[in-house]
Design a protein around this ligand. Sequence first.
Ligand code: GLN
Length: 280
Amino acid sequence: MSIQEILKILTDAGIEPNEANVEMKLLLERFADYGAKDIIMGNKLSEEKLKIVKQKAELRAKTRQPIQHIIGFANFMGEDFIVNPSVLIPRDETEFLVRKAVDVIKNNGFTFALDVGTGCGCIACMIAKLTECRVIGLDISTDALNTALDNASRLNLYNKAIFRKSDVFSNVKPGEKFDLIVSNPPYIPKSAKLHIQKEVTFDPDLALYTNDEDGLEFYKRIISGACEVLNSGGYLLFEVGQGQAQPVAELMKLKNFGDIEIISDLAAIERVVCGKMNNN
Ligand code: GLN
């Protein structure tokens, strides 16, 4: 059994060669503690370790579970986040949301932020790590909150990234106000579920789907409640799905948000909507 043969298990299952190479590297690191250094040094992999890696590659090929579930981690902005079936696997595009939030926080000297639907906590943790802000991450799922908590402790962010069970703002305390709200909420209408890519079916439904037809349900809920929990001059930032930036921007304008900015991702899809609450 060789690494090449294991790689073939992945490509035979229809995984693109480039992707299969990346996945192979992750499997070797995670389950055989074997990396580029070992290859350069000419270190050999034991049959025993190769067998474990092969089993994991077979599991990936057979079930099409995302590689992140098999290794138990997903890399986001250079950090490894624990992931499991209770949380959405962080997507690269979400970095645009985090970077914009970090800019806004630094430019305004903000100190207190809220992440609605925190999932594995990747957004809350990265904002807490990259700024002086304390961040509260809210989620309706207890399993997701436990994962987020584990991630914050792995990153030594105990006091800066805090998590609380809450259905959108249901558990924000009366009078509690934030400088910035950030959210990457579920935005796929349930009706689109049939057409979704196999790997995505391993993300929790709670993190993906809305009950309405246009996927705007959570944007509407968050925008309506935001004025109650934002300090005056506070910001609201969303990640959105394809085609949702304009409608979300309109909804924000209707609720007294101005200075609306839309940021596109690398695929030129409008991905982030950012707005400032006008003073009343
Ligand atoms: N905030 C988390 C993320 O961006 C989870 C988002 C979600 O579950 N919809 O990864």
